[in-house]
Design a protein around this ligand. Structure first.
Ligand code: 13P
Ligand code: ZN
Length: 263
């Protein structure tokens, strides 16, 4: 149950940061069979959910997924109604092993989550986690800043020293699209081939990684940079971080930064 407790703590923190109002946001986390066996009987699936897209790369994997319409606010006190643990049975079917006790089902963003897991596992075998949330300043920025991924990244890198160290690969940005479907899932997953973070204009962000700390830290750092931008964007700037200084940082911290943005 320890892993589930750790996930619930992160969900609660996301809520307390004001990034997941009402049912806003969703999370999915790949679990090992050992972790799942501690919690439920893996031989007796309770229900199944079908998807038209192909997820054969995930067959056999166990995934904790937040429920659709559920509030992050309530996960701590009532995990069994708000979360589900599922197994990918075949290319189109997930079976429920635990959770969604009030008859619920996986988040409406499950297509994006599942497609992102498929893409991230291709580039990082240790990948486990996808978090979607609605951080205020990132959303604000998409109302007033160019949505070009390189320009968006450059601005965030220049807001604070730690940005290029924490997200050297940059941030991809999608224009406004209808959420909750396969099209936005495909567009997001396409960027996940070489980004861990994809912003959805006027909506929020999808971040991925190996651990709860890594992904939470990534969201915190991007949102902090966006907050600084929103606080200074209408002020007269008299000095900021120069391109050579960003390169100096990347060299000192031994990170591979995305080329074509500051050089
Ligand atoms: P769900 O309640 O289906 O998880 O949707 C919340 C959300 O943030 C949609 O983008
Ligand atoms: Zn959302």
């Amino acid at each position: 149950m320890n892993t589930i407790q750790d996930v619930i703590q992160i969900i609660d923190l996301l809520y307390k940061h004001n990034w997941d109002e009402r049912n806003g946001g969703n999370l999915s986390y790949l679990l090992s069979e050992e972790e799942v066996k501690d919690i439920c009987d893996i031989h007796h699936p309770l229900r199944t959910f079908s998807y038209s897209f192909d997820m054969k790369e995930l067959i056999g994997k166990y995934i904790l997924i937040t429920g659709t319409g559920k509030y992050f606010k309530n996960c701590l006190k009532d995990p069994k109604n708000n979360l589900g643990i599922l197994r990918v049975e075949d290319a189109h079917t997930l079976s429920l092993l635990w959770g969604y006790e009030d008859g619920g089902s996986p988040t409406s963003e499950a297509p994006t989550h599942l497609k992102c897991h498929i893409e991230r596992l291709k580039v990082d075998p240790l990948h486990r986690l996808v978090i979607h949330c609605h951080p205020t300043n990132i959303i604000c920025m998409t109302h007033i800043h160019s949505l070009d991924s390189n320009r968006f990244t450059e601005t965030l890198w220049k807001m604070q020293t730690e940005s290029i160290v924490v997200f050297p690969e940059g941030i991809a940005v999608l224009p406004w699209m209808l959420c909750g479907g396969e099209e936005i899932g495909d567009a997001t997953a396409a960027h996940m081939k070489d980004y861990r973070s994809v912003v959805w204009a006027q909506h929020g962000i999808f971040c991925t990684g190996k651990t709860l700390d890594e992904v939470f830290g990534l969201i915190e750092t991007i949102e902090k940079a966006a907050e600084i931008y929103m606080k200074i964007c209408d002020k007269k700037i008299i000095q900021s971080i120069k391109n050579e200084e960003l390169i100096q940082l990347a060299t000192a911290f031994k990170v591979e930064y995305r080329k074509g943005i500051i050089d």
